[in-house]
Unconditional design. Structure first.
Length: 164
């Protein structure tokens, strides 16, 4: 492909050949990269449901509220509890949260309580100062403990009040 430019040396036109091969190479690499990124984005998503007490709903609330399992990711540790029980705190191990202790506690609620034999729902909330990766790790731990119905709620909408 050529381009003709007027006003070269001494008023003569200048013909310039543009090589399109590098441009086509760059576009093909870009298209391949975007296709791979689109697939990776689809695989890397978390499946959660929005929920909580303050959530708008057209359904009437049940006569007796269900017993819910709640986890709060706080700056001082992880808080775990059910609506009818006493909440327990899992302290941080160093700078990171103790995910093994969380998994043990959630497994105990799943297997031993009898409440969650047929249910797999859990509500998780995080304080504003918590990094996103810690929240994702807590959600992954809940899924590993067989709580597949992960709902992310606002800390004030949790069924269990951990901090007053």
């Amino acid at each position: 492909m050529g381009v003709s430019v007027e006003g070269g040396k001494k008023g003569h036109g200048v013909d310039i050949d543009i090589n399109l091969v590098p441009f086509i190479d760059m576009m093909s690499v870009l298209v391949a990269f975007l296709l791979l990124t689109a697939v990776w984005t689809n695989l890397a998503q978390l499946s959660i449901k929005a929920g909580g007490v303050g959530r708008d709903s057209e359904q009437t609330p049940p006569e007796t509220p269900p017993i819910n399992l709640s986890v709060l990711v706080a700056s001082d540790g992880l808080w775990v509890g059910i609506t009818t029980g006493t909440p327990e705190k899992i302290d941080k191990s160093g700078e990171d949260y103790d995910y093994e202790a969380l998994k043990t506690t959630l497994t105990r609620y799943k297997k031993d309580s009898g409440i969650f034999n047929e249910r797999d729902d859990i509500e998780i909330a995080a304080e504003d100062s918590i990094e996103y990766q810690y929240l994702v790790n807590v959600m992954d731990t809940a899924i590993a403990a067989e709580f597949l119905g992960v709902r992310y709620v606002d800390p004030q909408s949790l069924s269990v009040r951990f901090k007053q």
